[in-house]
Unconditional design. Structure first.
Length: 445
């Protein structure tokens, strides 16, 4: 009951701030999303009849908000849609299988998620990213038992905002039943693409891939930190400006165009490097409960750190992965969970209340931005360390030690089978399960 009172309280406050704050934190919802809805209702559907900066299914929650709130209360309709999605994921965390051994850990993860939303502030609800977060949490909760459902949910989330593709990639690398994961993805892609192409969408269906490739370096991007410092020191040529073309603040100056163009290939190389590191760790027998959460976090952070955009709502992307990490490995994920809360707090200080200090390249605003961006890099480094390949000898030693101290998990594997063991043992002991399966079937996959 206390958890749900806290859930209601956090959402109530965030809804009030979104609707009545003078800083207009829901500007994108009122002005941009509402505009796309009006355009669709006039027969020019973004993503079918015209190019669109987001994947086509992202129109669904925007249209649903119009159904709930109507023209006069569109903002409230949007917030209620997001809150309802959060409530479903929150119920899965706190009410599903309440007698399970990991129920306490799921409650800890739920408290942490509420704290993240409260510290992040209004953008935790006021952007399209907020719709994808509960979908990703539900997918991760279903991942081990129903990979086809997890694959479908992650794919649908990626059709709303691309970042869940990072979690899907991590699952595809680590999971044994990856074909079921892929099957769920294929069904969702077919459900999106067949009607969209049949309605004449053509290349507009995929316009979100190229629509923003020519944009510059957003002021909040991690790669913009140095140019923003130079702008704050009034170095000639460096300045923050508002782009009317893409409706955002960018930084200009010598080298910024080169950095912006370089970030896309750098992101691809970074993702490839993380994947190769994961494959080495997997080959050396790193268990699922250690490899998958760290790999997911590393890929999601790569999407943030090496992005030419650094919008505050990107911080919501951390929530599903860290929630899952706290459930399966609470001791190891306590540190990144704490760092993420600090990142969220700094992000809210910057946006929306003090955003002018950043856009005016004021030294105080840039210092806050640099601190936030620095912590994102620290979190990426931690995730790489957490999935760093250990020697086979180290894995074997850990397995022997764990086997001596976790006899119930080993017994459950023998009695119920490794693939069903999470029904009968705490996920804190799943590393032992993974290592026993590794001894029986080869490295965990």
């Amino acid at each position: 009951m206390t958890l749900w009172l806290a859930f209601a309280g956090v959402h109530y406050v965030l809804i009030l701030v979104n609707l009545y704050s003078l800083s207009n934190p829901m500007g994108d919802v009122f002005q941009v999303y509402r505009g796309w809805v009006d355009q669709a209702q006039l027969g020019q559907v973004p993503g079918i009849d015209a190019t669109f900066v987001y994947p086509l299914p992202s129109l669904l929650p925007m249209l649903l908000a119009d159904v709930v709130g109507g023209q006069a209360n569109y903002g409230l309709g949007w917030l209620l849609v997001v809150a309802a999605g959060n409530a479903v994921a929150f119920a899965a965390l706190t009410l599903w299988r309440p007698a399970a051994p990991n129920a306490r850990l799921r409650q800890i993860a739920a408290w942490w998620w509420l704290a993240l939303m409260a510290l992040l502030g209004p953008v935790a609800l006021g952007r399209i990213d907020a719709v994808s977060v509960p979908i990703a949490i539900l997918a991760l909760l279903a991942l081990r038992r129903r990979p086809e459902i997890a694959g479908a949910l992650l794919t649908f989330g990626a059709w709303l905002k691309i970042w869940p593709a990072a979690v899907f990639a991590a699952a595809f690398i680590v999971l044994r039943h990856r074909l079921w994961l892929a099957a769920g993805a294929v069904v969702v892609c077919a459900a999106v693409l067949i009607p969209a192409l049949a309605l004449g969408g053509g290349s507009n269906v995929f316009s979100f891939v190229t629509e923003q490739t020519g944009r510059g370096l957003q002021v909040e991007a991690v790669a913009a930190t140095v140019p923003m410092w130079l702008a704050s020191m009034q170095i000639p040529g460096y300045d923050a400006y508002y782009s009317m073309e893409i409706l955002t603040f960018q930084v200009d100056g010598p080298g910024t165009e080169f950095v912006s163009a370089l970030l896309t290939p750098v992101l691809a190389v970074a993702v490839l490097g993380v994947v190769l590191l994961a494959l080495v760790s997997k080959r050396r027998g790193m268990p699922f409960t250690r490899l998958f959460p760290a790999l997911s976090l590393a890929l999601v952070l790569s999407f943030i750190v090496f992005n030419k955009v650094g919008s505050p709502q990107f911080i919501t992307w951390l929530a599903p992965v860290i929630v899952f990490g706290l459930i399966v490995d609470v001791r190891r994920f306590a540190l990144p969970a704490g760092i993420a809360l600090c990142i969220a707090w700094l992000t809210q200080i910057i946006y929306p209340g003090n955003y002018n200090f950043v856009t005016d390249a004021h030294s105080a605003g840039v210092a806050l931005l640099a601190g936030r961006n620095g912590l994102l890099v620290v979190l990426l480094v931690w995730s790489l360390w957490a999935m760093w390949p250990r020697s086979r000898r180290g894995v074997g030693t850990a397995s022997a030690r764990a086997s001596r101290t976790a006899a119930p998990a080993v017994s459950a594997v023998r009695e119920h089978g490794a693939d069903r063991v999470t029904d009968v043992v705490d996920l804190e002991q799943e590393s032992v399960v993974a290592e026993v399966r590794s001894d029986r079937d080869g490295p965990v996959s």
